[in-house]
Every structure is written in C-alpha cells, then in structure tokens.
Write a protein that binds this ligand. Structure first.
Ligand code: ARG
Length: 566
C-alpha cells in the first residue's frame, strides 16, 4: 500500500528545510471537506520564520511543487496547501489492501513481544451479575480484542470478588437458614436472599456479625467445612456467570480473583513494611497518603484481616512478576476512581516504577429507562434476563421481516445480544447512559442490528453472482463522491483501530463502523451493483466486498457476531 501521507511529507520536505519529517507529519490535517483534498498542510507556523503571510507561503509552495503521479491536485487554499490523492490510484491501493489482507486488514505488529493484561468483568461471587456488570464485561472484552489485533500478547483476567468477610457471613446464613436444594436450583437468588436475611437478623442480634467474622477466619485458616461451602458457592456462581459469558462470546485466560491472593499478601505487606510506608493507626495498618492529596488507605484491620485494596496491591505485584506486563489495564467503574488512585500511588511508594503502567480505564453508569425493565424494590435486574429479552424481541422482529429465515434462533441470538453490546459501545465509555429497548433494537438507527443488516445485505449481493471478486478492476469507474466516501473510510480504518487502542475507547470503532455502514447504504441506494456491464459490475462488487470485510472486522473487534442472513 502506498503510504500517501508519507508521500505528502516527502514532497513538502523538499520545500521546507526548517521542519523535520516528524514535525511536518504532526502538522498535517484532514480538510473539513474531502472535495478540498485528503491532506492539508497549514502554513501559519512558517509565517513567523519566513515573515510572510501564510497564504503567500502556501501559494509559493503549491506553485513550485511539480506534478506527482500520486496526487491529482495540490493547491493553495487560504493558509493551507491541500493535497488530493489521485482517485483511481487511491481506490486501487485501498481495495488491493483490503482484499488481500481480508480479516487481517487493520491489524498490525506494533504490540509484538509486549504482554498486556486486560482485567475486566470481575463480578462478586454469590451476588447477581447485573446490568451494571455488563459495562466492564463488554468494554473489557472489546479492549482485549483490539490489543490482540494489534499484535499485543494479551492476558484476559477476571479478578473475581471471591474473598472477604462477606463469605463468613454467607456461611453462617447458609448453616442457619439455608437449603441445599434451593441453592442448587437457583444459586444466586438463593444466596442473595440468605445474605439479605443475615443483615436483617444481625440488626437485632449483633453476635451474628462475630460469628460471620469467625467463619471467615476459619476460611482463612483453611477449615474443611468453611472451605467446602465457600468452594461450592463459588462454583455455582461461576456456572451462572459462564452462561452469560457464553452468550456474550467472552472468555478469560485467568480467573485468579481475590481469593487467589490470600496466601500472597503477607509477603507484600512485608515489602511495604521494609519501605516504611505502613503506619499504625488505632491498632490497624494504614498508608498515609496526605502528601499526595489522598485519604489514608486502610491496609490491614486491627484483627489482622486484609482488605480489597490489600489484594489489589498484591495482585499487581504478582502480575508484574508473572507476566512482566507492558501495560496492566483495569476496566472498572469510575465509582472506584479513588480506590485506584490510592493503590497505584502505594505501588509507586513501594518503589516500583511500573506503577505508571497500571492503567485504570473507568466508565460511567447505566441507568434504566423508567418502566423498561422492572426494578421493583429489592429486585435486581439480571444481565442474563436482559440478554434473553433482547433475543426474544429480536426474534419477533425478524419473524416479521424475514419469515422464511433459516436458523432463526441462532440469528436472533447474534442480533439480540449484538444489539445490547453495540449500544453499550456506542458512547464514550465515561458517559453515563440510559438503557432503552427502542434504541437498542431499532433496525434503522445507529444500532447493532442496522450494521449487521448492512453486512448481511452486502453478502447477499455477492451471493447473487459468480464473478470472481479481486483487485483487477477499472478503478476510474469508482471515483464518484459516494464511492469515495467508502474508500476514505476503509483507508482510515487501521488508524482508527490504533486510536481506539491508544485511548482504550472501543466507541471510536463503533463510530467508524456506523459511518461505513451508512456510506455503504448510500452507495447501494445510488449505484445498482448487478448491472449488465461486466466491467462496472466487477468494480462495484469490489467495493461491496471490501466494505463487507471491514464491517465484519469492526464488529468482531467489538465482540459481535455477523450473521450472513437476517
Ligand atoms: N469485584 C469488584 C466489584 O464488583 C470489582 C473488581 C475490580 N477489579 C479490581 N482489581 N479491583 O465491585
């Protein structure tokens, strides 16, 4: 693929000796309107050096540049020199690149040899996997895929919340009021009920709290009964989580959650002691973070028990030692900002310069549209129910649109789940958003179903012909405005993926794919593809095939499936 940007830099470099290639590259802009060109070089900075107006400089540069095969127009406009890529060459290069690289188009090797940990989902055992957890799961899954696509060696970790005093309480509640059969049948709702009951009863009977602590202590001391019950709670919870992960196409490389660090904390506490950062406060150990404008962090309670933050510090040390990570990414709600600031600061105070490679990737809240999903008091919305409802609703829509469809169940699952995932990744992750069924399942709006439908439509055009689709086409037939929109979009795709990775922001890809689907549908509307003119047909089919390829790659990076028919 010709690197057109590099060509622009090379040309400019001949006329501007005062700036390095890197500087020129950083200065290049994209003109607001593609009719003005593909690259714009602003001359405002040069005005100071040459003591001339930017317009005059732009004019001088533009007029002295010789003809160049790669650009059909190089001209001054205001204080800019604008470069328009020679369209047939542009089309040829892009199509050739997409069709030869196929599902690897946009991938790269920039991450080769670098280990990146992406920690996401991390639900709490014996608690519902609710609609709030979907954010971490879906955003993290996509980030993991994006890094992988760019050659990083990723390690997806589910840091399960499977440890802490609450498990002592749960054991007590189960022993007093629990029923094995019930827990087996409906694990999480039953465990949740026991947990709630514990807190209600503990208000009148404070000795329950002591009992809970005692049972957690037993768990820490590896008491057989405590261990057996805890393990069982963990197992049945995981079974439930796994059903959801399966629907979402999500998998992990490691399930090392909080309990995994139970025997590793002593060593890390000793490291902190050696660095003299632990202070005693009313019998407990804290790290004073006043000098860093943060509240003190409680690291060990006065009864010797450890906390959530102790396990995070220990986990980070373990991960560095085990994976020697390049980046250690945490996809966790912005409500935990303070927690992350505290423990990452503590890692720094422990003398680990890799503290700066621990990255908290926060996200905002999901609100539920009034009346959309029943949130009666005391009842949480289970993610599994949301996904199931999405699948059911999708099934109804598809039955009307395409009554003869094969594999209705599978398609409804791909589209229903995809719709929820797509909506989740449509907005900048830090924004709070409101979950709305109408928005999620609209086949016309900027939604998952719309993009998947566009993908299926492109495939159905291709199935109607037996012409071999390749890059051997007359690209001068493809230089109109609507087609060029697709070409420019495809050309930007690799840079878009890199941008999404740098910002840990999958919505950048979502946006790109919506634009591509819209451009494709305009193209499809304006240009009949299966025309009699073989040359034109072949050229247009190459556009269809290329757009289809990149839509699929984009959706795959978001964690979605792409049904061939819907
Ligand atoms: N289990 C926690 C929760 O549901 C999230 C864990 C986030 N990850 C971490 N390393 N602290 O709130």
């Amino acid at each position: 693929m010709i690197d057109f940007k590099q060509q622009v830099i090379k040309i400019l470099k001949n006329y501007i000796t005062d700036l390095g290639e890197g500087e020129i590259s950083a200065m290049l802009e994209t003109p607001p309107n593609p009719e003005m060109g593909d690259y714009a070089f602003p001359c405002f900075r040069l005005a100071k050096i040459f003591r001339k107006s930017p317009q005059l400089i732009a004019e001088e540069i533009a007029s002295s540049i010789e003809e160049n095969e790669h650009f059909e127009k190089i001209q001054q406009e205001g204080g800019y020199v604008n470069f328009s890529i020679h369209k047939p060459t542009f089309v040829k290069e892009v199509i050739k690149d997409v069709l030869s690289k196929k599902d690897q188009y946009g991938s790269s090797k920039i991450g080769e040899g670098k280990n990146v940990i992406v920690e996401f989902s991390s639900p709490n055992i014996a608690k519902p996997f609710h609609i709030g957890h979907i954010r971490s799961t879906v955003i993290g899954n996509s980030i993991n895929r994006i890094y992988k696509f760019l050659g990083y060696n990723t390690i997806a970790i589910n840091h399960l919340g499977d440890y802490g005093t609450q498990f002592g309480k749960l054991i007590v509640a189960f022993k007093k009021w629990g029923n094995e059969e019930e827990v087996r049948k409906t694990p999480i709702p039953s465990l949740l009920k026991l947990y709630v009951q514990f807190h209600e009863e503990a208000e009148n009977d404070p000795t329950l709290e002591d009992e809970g602590r005692m049972w957690f202590k037993k768990l820490e001391d590896k008491d057989e009964e405590a261990l057996r019950l805890w393990q069982w709670f963990r197992e049945v919870s995981l079974d439930e989580f796994n059903r959801v992960y399966k629907m979402l196409n999500v998998s992990f490389d490691s399930l090392a959650g909080e309990s995994f660090y139970s025997d590793k904390m002593e060593r890390v506490l000793a490291m902190m002691e050696n660095k003299n950062i632990l202070e005693e406060s009313e019998g407990a150990d804290i790290v004073n973070l006043e000098a860093h404008n943060l509240p003190p962090a409680l690291i060990r309670k006065k009864d010797g028990s450890t906390l959530y933050i102790t396990r995070d510090i220990t986990a980070a040390v373990y991960r560095k030692e085990t994976y020697d990570f390049y980046k250690n990414i945490y996809v966790v709600a912005s409500q935990q900002n303070l927690h992350f600031q505290q423990w990452i600061k503590i890692i720094e105070l422990m003398g680990f310069e890799w503290a700066e490679d621990c990255v908290h990737v926060p996200f905002g809240l999901v609100r539920l549209e009034e009346g959309t999903i029943a949130t009666r008091k005391g009842r949480v919305v289970f993610l599994e129910d949301v996904l199931k409802k999405a699948i059911e609703k999708t099934k109804e829509i598809i039955k009307v649109k395409n009554p003869n469809i094969e594999n209705l169940d599978k398609v409804a699952e791909d589209v229903g789940v995809g719709a929820v995932v797509f909506q989740e990744l449509s907005n900048n992750r830090i924004k709070d958003y409101t979950f709305s069924w109408d928005k999620v399942l609209n086949f016309e709006g900027e939604t998952g179903p719309y993009v998947q439908y566009t993908y299926a439509r492109a495939g159905s055009v291709m199935r109607k012909t037996d012409i071999t689709i390749d890059e051997d086409i007359n690209t001068s037939l493809l230089t109109d405005h609507v087609t060029m929109e697709i070409i420019r979009n495809l050309h930007r795709f690799p840079a878009t993926v890199e941008d999404a990775q740098k910002k840990n922001e999958p919505s950048i890809i979502t946006r790109h794919i919506i634009d591509l689907a819209q451009a494709f549908n305009r193209f499809y509307h304006d240009h009949p593809v299966l025309v009699d003119d073989e040359e034109l047909k072949k050229a247009r089919l190459a556009i269809v095939a290329s757009a289809r390829e990149v839509i699929r790659t984009g959706l795959t990076l978001l964690g979605m499936n792409t049904p061939e028919k819907m």
